[in-house]
Design a binder for this molecule. Structure first.
Ligand code: FAD
Length: 152
């Protein structure tokens, strides 16, 4: 991924999925493939979490790249009600590359879903920019840990 020389921004939004349950896997696959390709070119890193009909996504990169990507994402009919939890300048990247928790590591997802369910129904509207970022970084850590154990 190309580095961002200055002015690194991070934003977090959530949205409601419009993907029919039967079409979920192929649709998410196609979103992931396109996003990885675009985000690498644009120097964007981040994390997309998909749970209980919600999308929660962090994007980090230059202001210009993030704005252009968010405009495309907002116009996408595969979800609706895109709501920004916040955006702020960041001193460094928290996510190394764009990734998706839900598809690649279902066993991790089950654990994450369990932990989230213990706190009641998942409602990203109750999250702040800080708590959403913390949740996404924890998910990334759980995923990294499981990948390491899987490889070892
Ligand atoms: P193309 O892939 O050529 O698409 C052209 C148009 O067709 C776009 O309007 C696109 O939205 C629409 N389209 C393409 N495939 C489908 C389909 N199967 N069903 C309905 N409409 C379709 N993109 C990123 O670049 N980075 C991201 O991080 C990112 N995250 C996303 C997160 C979520 C939750 C969702 C729903 C989408 C995300 N996308 C992301 C995809 C984004 O919304 C655009 O579809 C994509 O960026 C368009 O890429 P493109 O300009 O190369 O156009």
């Amino acid at each position: 991924m190309s580095s961002v020389p200055s002015g690194l921004f991070r934003l977090v939004y959530y949205s409601r999925s419009q993907v029919a349950p039967g079409a979920f896997e192929p649709t998410i696959d196609s979103i992931i493939r396109k996003s990885i390709a675009n985000n690498r070119t644009d120097g964007i890193s981040g994390m997309l979490f998909c749970h209980d009909g919600w999308f929660l996504q962090a994007l980090e990169g230059s202001h210009k790249a993030i704005s252009a990507t968010l405009a495309r994402i907002e116009a996408d009919h595969r979800h609706e009600a895109v709501l920004l939890l916040g955006a702020a300048q960041a001193s460094g990247r928290l996510f190394r590359e764009w990734d998706m928790c839900a598809r690649t590591l279902s066993m991790v997802d089950a654990k994450v879903a369990e932990a989230i369910a213990r706190r009641g129904a998942f409602d990203p509207g109750r999250l702040s920019l800080e708590t959403a970022t913390r949740l996404l970084t924890r998910l990334r850590a759980v995923r990294d840990d499981a990948q390491l154990r899987y490889v070892a």
